[in-house]
Design a protein around this ligand. Structure first.
Ligand code: C5P
Length: 399
């Protein structure tokens, strides 16, 4: 998503300016060309040398810099940008942008660009809550500016409150979302499930599986980056929640069943990447089970088959983790559960399937067509799956 993109990163005079170096570095590492513009206040907080070093590109700090490689800078930067990001954005820059003031390089670039503009406010709580700042943000939003954060937490004033720069992962996620908003899934609603459900045995123990949630989270992020509205129904994982997607927590198979039944029938597609426990204890013990017997027998019952039972006119995609007869078993599941696609993965290889960053999958459709993909990062597998979902959706809209 970020590869080969040109991003103008505007940095203004907030204590959080030091975090802009991390943002610039992450964007650069992801393959973007990052052109940094710093206000003169920002330079008080972080040196342009740092930004120059992490981006490998000149940093603009003045309106008329005769040594710069850019011709008329605000015009050339504005034209080249795929997105302008202002992080952190102070109350002052927000006020200037709302008023259309053009007295520094950053304001001029924003006025001159046709690219989307994403603003990440960071300031003291009262300044943020002040009606003047709120009015300015509302005006910017009404003009199509995207706003991320601020978050709540510890502030430089020593108090806790709203006003912290949004989490860097969330800012990067929002950049991806904005860049991809006209993608091939724009206007579509996808429900993705992820993670392994945990079925309680007693208040402290549960039955679960080795699912990391990585495949489902990659699918949710990839769908978001192609313009979809995404609902991620997630069981427990150790991953951080992707920005720009609606999160529904579902710890057990039953909770996931209820969440999916509620949301999927209104969606365009359901992709069930979650490893739903097949069995659960019939009754979880109220108190912690004591180890006072040599043997313990747990009585298990089947969990509801979520994919097999959810009804509606949406594309249904399932996963089949198999250790034997991959294709035959997957085909059988596709039929049984009435799916449009099934993604079969061979879990016998150590580099594929559960708790890995890569996956080797075979995509099988209703017509029985088989597409075997080589080992690839889960994000790439996600895009391959979504290529097929997008094709099915566009076929549908032509019906
Ligand atoms: O039958 P099996 O568990 O192998 O099927 C895998 C597919 O079915 C996955 O997409 C999984 O998310 C889904 N599933 C489900 N409800 C269950 C068990 C699995 O929706 N109780």
């Amino acid at each position: 998503m970020l590869n080969n993109k040109t991003i103008v990163l505007g940095i203004t005079g907030s204590i959080a300016a030091y975090k802009a170096a991390e943002i610039a570095s992450r964007l650069t590492q992801a393959g973007s060309k990052v052109n940094v513009i710093m206000t003169k206040e920002a330079i008080q907080f972080i040196s342009p040398v740092t930004l120059r070093a992490v981006t490998g590109s000149p940093v603009v700090t003045e309106m008329f810099d005769l040594a710069s490689e850019f011709s008329i800078e605000h015009i050339s930067l504005a034209q080249a940008a795929d997105i302008v990001v202002i992080a952190p954005a102070t109350a002052n820059i927000i006020a200037k942008l709302a008023a259309g003031i053009a007295d520094d390089m950053l304001c001029c670039t924003v006025l001159a660009t046709k690219a989307p503009v994403l603003i990440a406010p960071a300031m003291e709580t009262n300044m943020y809550n002040n009606p003047a700042t709120q009015d300015n943000l509302t005006r910017l939003e009404a003009r199509g500016f995207e706003i991320i954060g601020p978050a709540s937490g510890w502030l430089a004033s020593g108090k806790e409150g709203v006003g912290r720069l949004a989490d860097i992962n969330d800012i990067i996620g929002s950049i991806c979302q904005v860049l991809g908003r006209d993608g091939d899934l724009a206007g579509k609603h996808l429900v993705v499930t992820a993670g392994g459900t945990q079925e309680p045995i007693d208040p402290v123990r549960y039955i679960s599986n080795r699912s990391s949630g990585k495949m489902g989270y990659a699918l949710a992020e990839a769908a978001r980056d192609r313009g979809a509205k995404v609902t991620l129904v997630t069981a427990h994982t150790s991953l951080s929640e992707p920005a720009g997607v609606d999160i529904m927590q579902a710890g057990t198979a039953q909770e996931m069943y209820q969440a999916v039944q509620g949301v999927a029938p209104h969606a365009d597609a359901l992709v069930m990447a979650a490893a739903v426990a097949d069995y659960r204890p019939i009754k979880a013990a109220k108190d912690k089970i004591k180890k006072d017997k040599a043997e313990l027998t747990l009585k298990l019952e089947l969990t509801p088959d979520i994919l097999g039972s959810v009804k509606g006119d949406f594309i249904k995609v399932g996963f089949a983790a198999e250790s034997i007869n991959l294709v035959e078993n997957a085909r059988e599941k596709l039929k049984q559960k009435g799916l449009d696609l099934i993604i079969a993965n061979d879990i016998t290889a150590g580099d594929s399937g559960f708790d890995t960053d890569t996956n080797r999958v075979t995509i099988i459709d209703r017509e029985g067509k088989i597409e075997s993909l080589p080992l690839m990062p889960k994000r790439e597998v996600a895009d391959k799956v979504l290529d097929r979902v997008a094709a099915l959706l566009s076929k549908r809209s032509k019906r």
